[in-house]
Ligand binder design. Structure first.
Ligand SMILES: *Cc1c(COP(=O)(O)O)cnc(C)c1O
Length: 399
C-alpha cells in the first residue's frame, strides 16, 4: 500500500508547521479522504500463504496483523519520523512501551548503561528492574561531559538522555554528550517528550534513537496514551520493531489516529504554549510569594545559554517555589480554578502539581534537594489559554 500524494514527496515543504498538517494516509482505490482514515481491523486477508508468511517476517512488508503494523499507525509513524528527521518510527501503546522496547532491544545481561541523573520516574523503575532481575549495570552522571567520559566502561552499550529534564528543566549539552557516546560506540537514546520535534530534533545532534511519550505534546489534548520511537539507523529500527511486536507493546489504530490528529496542530500549540510560558515565568519571578522560577528561557536559569543554542523555543514546562513552603503550596493547589491539579503535561490546558507529594514522592529530603525540589515547589505545564486569564488565576491562588 503506497501513500496518497498530499504533496510532492520529492520536494516536501520545508517548514514543519506545513508538514505536520499533511499527515499522509495510505492509497484508497481512487479516494482521497482529507482526514486520515481509521483502519479498525485486527487482520488483513491474503490470497497466497507465502505472501502472508513474508508479511509477518518484516516491518516493511504488506499489512497483515495490526500488532505488526496497520495503515493508520504507519501514517503516524511516518509523520513523526518526518518531523524528527529519522528514517523510520515505531508507535507504541504508551511512552513506557517506547522506553522499555528500546532498552530491551538494545541491551542484554552484563551490559552497562549510562544515564543522566534527572530522569522520568518510570524510566528509573525500568532500569532498576533490568539491574535487579537481568544484571544490567546502570550508572548515572550529572550531565557534565567530563563526568560522562569517566563513567564509560568497556561493557557500556547505551547512553540515555532527556532533552529537558523533569522537573528541574535542566538542559544538557546534547551535541557534546552524543559525540562522546558515539566515539565510545554507544547507542545514544534521547527522550524528547518535553521538547517535541518543534523545539529540538536530537537525531540532528548525534542521537541514534529518539523517543516520545506521545501522550504529552504530540497528542496534545490529554485524550490518549501513546509512544513513538524514531530511528536514524535501519538496524535499530528492525530490532525495536521485533521487540514491540513480540512483547506486544504495539499502538492501537484509534489511539494512533487521535495522536495523528493532535500532531497536525503541534506547531501552533507549542508556539502559543512557549509564549504563554514566557509571560507567566516573568510575572511569577516578580511575585513576592515566589522565591524561585526555573524556566530555560529566563537568563537566571543555569542552562539558559545551552538551551538558547539547542532549542528553538524554551518549552512550556516550568517549576516555581512558593516561598512559604509545603502548606502554602497545598493551599495554592486548592485555590487554582483555571489551572487543573493533574498529572501529565503538554496538553492544551494548563496543569499544576506539587512534585514532592506526587511525581517525586519516593524521594527523601536529601533526594528532593538533589533533584532541585523543595516542599514548596510547583510544576506547571502551560496550555494555550489566554496568558492574562492564566495569570489572573495564578495571582489569586498565590494570594
Ligand atoms: C510521561 C512521560 C513518559 C511516560 O509516558 P506514558 O505515555 O505515560 O507511558 C516518559 N518520559 C517522559 C519524559 C514523560 O513525561
Amino acid at each position: 500500500m503506497g501513500s496518497s500524494q498530499r504533496y510532492d514527496a520529492d520536494q516536501p515543504p520545508v517548514d514543519p508547521s506545513t508538514r505536520a498538517v499533511h499527515v499522509r494516509g495510505p492509497e484508497l482505490a481512487g479516494l482521497r479522504p482529507l482526514s486520515l482514515p481509521i483502519f479498525q481491523t485486527s487482520s488483513f486477508a491474503f490470497s497466497d500463504s507465502a505472501d502472508l508468511a513474508d508479511a509477518l517476517s518484516r516491518p516493511d512488508g504488506s499489512f497483515v496483523y495490526s500488532r505488526y503494523g496497520n495503515p493508520t499507525i504507519r501514517a503516524l509513524e511516518q509523520a513523526v519520523a518526518d518531523l524528527e528527521g529519522g528514517t523510520a518510527a515505531v508507535a507504541t501503546a504508551s511512552g513506557m512501551g517506547a522506553i522499555s522496547s528500546v532498552l530491551l532491544s538494545r541491551l542484554r545481561s552484563g551490559d552497562h548503561v549510562v544515564v543522566q541523573s534527572a530522569l522520568y520516574g518510570g524510566t528509573v523503575s525500568i532500569l532498576r528492574d533490568l539491574a535487579e532481575r537481568f544484571g544490567v549495570e546502570v550508572s548515572s552522571f550529572s550531565g557534565d561531559p567530563g563526568e560522562l567520559t569517566g563513567a564509560i566502561r568497556p561493557n557500556t552499550r547505551l547512553l540515555y538522555l532527556e532533552t529537558i529534564a523533569n522537573p528541574t528543566t535542566a538542559v544538557n549539552d546534547l551535541p557534546a554528550l552524543a559525540a562522546i557516546g558515539r566515539e565510545a560506540g554507544l547507542t545514544v537514546v534521547v527522550d524528547n517528550t518535553f521538547a517535541s520535534p518543534m523545539l529540538c530534533r536530537p537525531l540532528e545532534h548525534g542521537a541514534h534513537i529518539v523517543l516520545h511519550s506521545s501522550t504529552k505534546f504530540l497528542g496534545g489534548h490529554s485524550d490518549v496514551i501513546g509512544g513513538v520511537v524514531v530511528f536514524a539507523e535501519d538496524e535499530h529500527y528492525r530490532a525495536a520493531w521485533h521487540q514491540v511486536v513480540d512483547y506486544g507493546a504495539s499502538a492501537d489504530p484509534f489511539a494512533a489516529w487521535l495522536t495523528a490528529r493532535g500532531l497536525q496542530t503541534l506547531p501552533l500549540r507549542q508556539a502559543k504554549q512557549c509564549e504563554n510560558a514566557r509571560v507567566l515565568a516573568e510575572r511569577l519571578q516578580a511575585h513576592p510569594a515566589v522565591s524561585a522560577v526555573r524556566w530555560p528561557g529566563l537568563p537566571s536559569h543555569p542552562d539558559h545559554e545551552v538551551a538558547a543554542k539547542l532549542l528553538s523555543g524554551f518549552g512550556s514546562l516550568m517549576t516555581f517555589d512558593i516561598a512559604a513552603g509545603h502548606e502554602a503550596a497545598v493551599a495554592f493547589l486548592e485555590r487554582v480554578r483555571l489551572a487543573a491539579l493533574a498529572p501529565s503535561l503538554g496538553g492544551v490546558e494548563t496543569v499544576v502539581l506539587q512534585p514532592s507529594s506526587s511525581t517525586h514522592r519516593q524521594l527523601d529530603e536529601a533526594g528532593l534537594r538533589a533533584a532541585g525540589i523543595t516542599e514548596g515547589t510547583i510544576r506547571m505545564s502551560v496550555g494555550i489559554e489566554h496568558a492574562d486569564d492564566l495569570w489572573a488565576d495564578l495571582a489569586q491562588a498565590l494570594g
